[in-house]
Structures are given as structure tokens and as C-alpha cells.
Design a protein around this ligand. Structure first.
Ligand code: OAD
Length: 262
């Protein structure tokens, strides 16, 4: 394929997308990069290039130093609060209205898909703007957090409890309902789009492969090669905003042409 066509879906895949009954989209940190939220593993700019996950994103790190972890997340929450969805998020909202059913499975914790207007979103790794008790796991309201005075907000439920971000840390299991919804979408979809993920973190990384095994077409949207690339039916190399917007335009033109031809 020439560079000029690097971001265009082949006609065969376009037809499959056009006829798909259930589309699954798996998004990762690259999906939010153009909204100003750093990815995890990009060299230089990625979060794990600057910080050690063991010190900040594990239950042990929180137990050892809740203040350090809470404040590090507070910085990330600030970035998320000021971030806005980009054209790629809006393209996925459009896609949801153009196909019979779409499941958007995201590893992102920033809520940008929902802010853009996507409806059927499953958050595999939680949401950074929510908090929960680090002992009981019960949800803690944003108002409680705002009204808290100490270095780290205490839990309203249990004396020795603290508020922690409602995200999945290394060594923790994913929320069961979210994982079940994701597996169901992967098994049941006929078209899968993996966008902006290194496809390294399990179990999310297995979802497109599961979709493939069950007969779906799989495309990857990522400027870089990933472990999924050799398995994908097509890799669209470019930033998510541009590639997804182009994809929607292609699908619209395809349908328009089909309508005129009929
Ligand atoms: P990574 O940071 O591992 O990967 C981001 C991917 O996005 C890379 O493959 C980039 O090439 C790609 N990328 C960068 N800019 C892009 C753009 N504008 N458009 C499209 N793609 C772009 O992020 P994830 O794969 O999401 O887990 O990481 C998975 C999990 O690892 C995260 O959810 C997080 C992290 O530790 C938890 O917090 C539990």
C-alpha cells in the first residue's frame, strides 16, 4: 500500500464495516493523546518513561504512601479535567449512530468518550475522576472529596480507610461486569477497531484476538506497529483523530455511492 493510502480502509473492509451488525472498538491511551493526555509507554512523553509504576500504581504503593499516590493522581486529574474530546472521539460517536450496535471498550480512565457523547462505553480500568474507599471499595462522592481537609481524603465508611482513585492498579483484577461486557462484545462482534493501544496489557490486549478467532475483521489504528499488527486485517498508520474522521467519511461516501447505484 502506498503512503498516500495509508489511512484509507480497503473496499473489502469498508463493505464489512458497512454490513456489520455489531462493531467493537477497543481504545487505549493513544486515543486521548491528541486531547493532551499523555500515553503510558511512548518513549520520552509516556507516563511510565517518567515515573515508576511500582511507586504509584499498585495497592502496595498506596499502602506505603497514600499521600504521594493521591497527589500524583490529583495532577493527572487536573489534566483530565481540562481535556476535551477531539475529532476521533466525535467520529466514534457518529459511528455508533451508523451501525446497528457498537460497544466501545476503553482502557482509558479519562471519560472522554462519554464526554464526546458515546453511549455504550465500558471502562475496563475504571475512571480517574471517581474515588472509592481503599478498604471497602465503596464509591465516595466528588462532594465528599471536595469537602475533605486532610492530606488524603478519609473514607466516610471506615475509620482507617482512605479515598483512592477508582482505577485498576497493577496486580488488581478488572471490574467483573466490565470484563464480562468486553468479552461478550469481542465474541459477538463482526468488526473490531483497535485504536491507540500498544496491545501489551492483558486482558485488554486479547480482546481483538478473541474477536478474530470468532470471525470478526480487525483493524488497527496506531502510528506505530504493535503485537496486534501482524494479526490485523489492516493497519491504518496515523493519529486517531485523522484516521477515524477519514474512516467515517469513507463509510458515508460508500453508502452514498451504494444508494445512488441502487
Ligand atoms: P500505551 O501508552 O501503552 O500505548 C499508547 C499507544 O498509542 C501506542 O501504541 C502509541 O503508538 C499509540 N498512539 C500515540 N499517539 C497516538 C495517536 N495520536 N493516535 C493513535 N495512537 C496513538 O497505552 P495503552 O495501550 O492504553 O493501565 O496502555 C494500556 C494500559 O497500560 C493503560 O490502560 C494503563 C497502562 O498501565 C492502567 O492504568 C491499569
Amino acid at each position: 500500500m502506498s503512503n498516500a493510502n495509508a489511512q484509507l480502509l480497503t473496499h473489502a473492509l469498508l463493505q464489512q464495516l458497512d454490513e456489520a451488525r455489531h462493531v467493537m472498538v477497543l481504545s487505549g491511551a493513544g486515543m486521548s493523546a491528541e486531547s493532551g493526555i499523555p500515553t503510558f509507554r511512548d518513549a520520552q512523553t509516556g507516563i511510565w518513561a517518567k515515573f515508576r509504576a511500582e511507586d504509584l500504581a499498585t495497592p502496595e504503593a498506596f499502602a506505603a504512601n497514600p499521600g504521594r499516590v493521591w497527589h500524583w493522581y490529583e495532577d493527572r486529574r487536573e489534566t483530565v479535567r481540562s481535556a476535551r474530546p477531539h475529532g476521533g472521539h466525535h467520529a466514534l460517536v457518529q459511528l455508533e449512530s451508523m451501525v446497528p450496535s457498537l460497544s466501545l471498550i476503553t482502557q482509558n480512565v479519562d471519560g472522554l468518550h462519554q464526554l464526546a457523547g458515546s453511549k455504550n462505553v465500558t471502562e475496563l480500568h475504571g475512571n480517574i475522576l471517581r474515588s472509592r474507599c481503599h478498604v471497602t471499595g465503596r464509591a465516595i462522592s466528588a462532594q465528599w472529596i471536595a469537602d475533605s481537609t486532610g492530606d488524603v481524603p478519609r473514607s466516610p465508611y471506615i475509620g482507617h480507610g482512605f479515598a483512592r482513585p477508582d482505577v485498576v492498579w497493577f496486580g488488581e483484577t478488572l471490574p467483573r461486569h466490565a470484563l464480562e461486557a468486553a468479552m461478550e462484545a469481542a465474541v459477538g462482534c463482526d468488526f473490531c477497531i483497535s485504536a491507540g493501544t500498544t496491545s501489551l496489557v492483558q486482558p485488554a490486549a486479547s480482546l481483538p484476538l478473541l474477536a478474530l478467532e470468532h470471525g470478526a475483521a480487525v483493524i488497527e489504528i496506531n502510528p506505530m506497529e504493535t503485537p496486534l499488527s501482524p494479526h490485523a486485517n489492516q493497519c491504518l498508520r496515523g493519529p486517531a483523530s485523522e484516521v477515524l474522521s477519514t474512516l467515517i467519511q469513507q463509510l458515508k461516501s460508500w453508502r452514498q455511492d451504494a444508494g445512488q447505484g441502487a
